[in-house]
Write a protein that binds this ligand. Structure first.
Ligand code: ZN
Length: 399
């Protein structure tokens, strides 16, 4: 069965009839796991599962051999497309089916496909639960989290596995590879099916509040106002222009909240969020420092006060140059140009980078659309991804 056809089948397995949604430990996830299990077995792989809902499918090599892990996740956001996550798992199965049994037998390493049970974190508002259970990094705070109905994560995991002993530990893996749809428009614009990821961007999330003074919209002269919303608006545009003039920087104000909004009142307080990402951590910190001083000078100029709260900071993850070169050469076998791009979105490779050198392959997706039913990668691009992973394995074996 073609990988693209499997993507359609897997994409039809959902927690809800009207849209694609598969969240951690849900009925849809169990059905999807059973389907993956069947395809992995059909590919002559030895399949094991863990108590976190992950599946691992391994070539028939002794445990003592070096290990290449190729994986991604099979949970989804609500209203998802069929390719985010699923592509990385199914393309890996397809790649092992592309290699002959003889080629597999003579590999100087084992290959294991990891199908991770939760990357999106929809149910418990977490990140990389499945891959962290496999690579270490599950915290007590994760287990205490509750879903919207009050169920704790801990209650879904058998007691003996709540602090999982990691399947993957540092120094044991040759590498971790992950193929994923780009979830952005760059490859489509370049008119190329595949690209190599250089780094997964680090991220800072902050909440910012501008506070001024409420005043009557009719009676307060313009030069006597302390308009919190106007200050926030100036900050939004400052963040946008900093990101526009700094290569690879993206900055987004996604929430803007006026306290007690009324059409005839000058806003007294405005809250906003900032999401800022860059593949280089020092550029990210410099950009944050610049925007903090911008916020301060906007507040000063307008007679406002401002508060800045950093909500979350994640470091960038650099892809391994040697592993990336192997995948790059595999792409180059069928594509005249091999673009290198950074990933603005997080992936399981972030959790796996704690235990292995990581490399990622991006696949063109239509319009850059993701986390939406219109998400689409063509059968030809999916086939190119499968072929490239197979070629990558051959090349790694010759190293
Ligand atoms: Zn994903």
């Amino acid at each position: 069965m073609l990988t693209w056809d499997r993507l359609q089948t897997l994409g039809g397995i959902s927690d809800e009839p009207a849209r694609l949604k598969r969240v951690f430990a849900s009925p849809g996830m169990r059905t999807a796991a059973a389907q993956l299990f069947e395809w992995m077995r059909a590919a002559r792989l030895t399949v094991t599962t863990d108590d976190w809902g992950n599946l691992f499918a391994r070539t028939p090599h002794p445990d003592s051999m070096p290990l290449l892990v190729i994986g991604s996740h099979f949970d989804t956001v609500p209203g998802a497309g069929k390719y985010d996550g699923a592509l990385g798992i199914l393309a890996a199965i397809g790649a092992l089916e592309t290699l002959s049994q003889d080629e597999i037998k003579h590999l100087p390493f084992a290959v294991e496909i990891a199908a991770f049970s939760d990357e999106e974190g929809t149910r418990f508002h977490t990140t990389y639960l499945g891959s962290r259970a496999a690579a270490g990094g599950i915290e007590p705070a994760d287990l205490a989290r509750r879903d919207s109905s009050g169920t704790t994560l801990a209650s879904l995991i058998p007691e003996k596995s709540r602090q999982p002993s990691p399947r993957y530990t540092k120094g044991k893996l040759l590498a971790y590879w992950e193929a994923h749809i780009e979830q952005g428009p760059v490859l489509e614009k370049l008119n190329l099916p595949l690209g190599i990821v250089t780094a997964i961007a680090g991220q800072t999330r902050a909440k910012i509040r501008f506070t001024g003074r409420a005043a009557h919209a009719g009676t307060c002269p313009m030069d006597m106002r302390h308009d919190a919303l106007a200050g926030a608006a100036e900050f939004v545009l400052a963040a946008e222009s900093l990101a526009r003039e700094t290569p690879d920087l993206v900055a987004t104000v996604g929430c803007l909240d006026i306290a007690a909004p009324a059409s005839n009142v000058v806003p007294a307080a405005t809250d906003l969020t900032l999401d800022l990402r860059h593949p280089n951590d020092s550029t990210r910190s410099q950009s944050i420092a610049t925007l903090q001083s911008t916020a301060e000078s906007i507040a000063k100029k307008r007679g406002l006060t401002h508060a800045w709260e950093t909500v979350q900071e994640n470091s960038a993850v650099a892809c391994d140059p040697a592993q990336s070169r192997i995948l790059e050469a595999a792409v180059a076998a069928n594509q005249k140009e091999v673009p290198r791009l950074s990933s603005g979105a997080g992936h399981d490779a972030v959790a796996m980078s704690k235990v292995a050198p990581v490399a990622m392959l991006f696949v063109r997706c239509r319009g850059g659309v993701s986390h939406h039913p219109d998400e689409y990668a063509s059968p030809a691009d999916v086939a190119a991804c499968v072929e490239t992973l197979a070629e990558g394995i051959r090349r790694l074996a010759r190293q």
